[in-house]
Design a protein around this ligand. Structure first.
Ligand code: THU
Length: 138
């Protein structure tokens, strides 16, 4: 199995843990740290729907809470006809922690896969350095 296939398999396995009583739409994600560790996530839905969390963010937040900061790849999968497309909120979170060289494997259960970079998924994103000017405000 290639590195990419392995990360996609991890995302698929994580999808089985999804808690999706409302949408019944399960998603799995897996990310790899530059040191080679894998963190996975699934979507978790809450009856007050707006506080639900997508699989990608669960994987990233787990890794961050474990002290990781540098990631090289992400895979995400769901039962879509085309490769799954991460939501806007996840793209913003991904842009915080993945640099422009990182591969994002967007896939589905048929293994249709689209490999993209974060700046293609979220061009002209608001970045941590954009906050610097705020230091001059009274
Ligand atoms: N969802 C994800 O977890 N990741 C995506 O990339 C797309 C959407 C979740 C959110 C919600 O729990 C369900 O899929 C339907 O939108």
């Amino acid at each position: 199995m290639t590195n990419k296939e392995n990360l996609i398999a991890e995302a698929k396995k994580a999808r089985e843990k999804a808690y999706t009583p409302y949408s019944k739409f399960s998603v799995g994600a897996a990310i790899k740290t530059k040191s080679g560790k894998v963190y996975t996530g699934c979507n978790i839905e809450i009856a007050a729907l707006s506080v639900s969390c997508c699989a990608e963010r669960v994987a990233i937040f787990r890794a961050i809470a474990d002290g990781e900061r540098d990631f090289s790849e992400l895979a995400v999968t769901g039962d879509t006809s085309k490769p799954i497309s991460p939501c806007g909120s996840c793209r913003q979170v991904m842009s915080e922690f993945f640099d422009t060289s990182a591969n994002m494997y967007l896939t589905n259960l048929n293994h249709d896969t689209k490999t993209m970079k974060i700046n293609e998924l979220l061009p002209f994103s608001f970045q941590p350095e954009d906050l610097v000017n705020g230091e001059n405000d009274e």
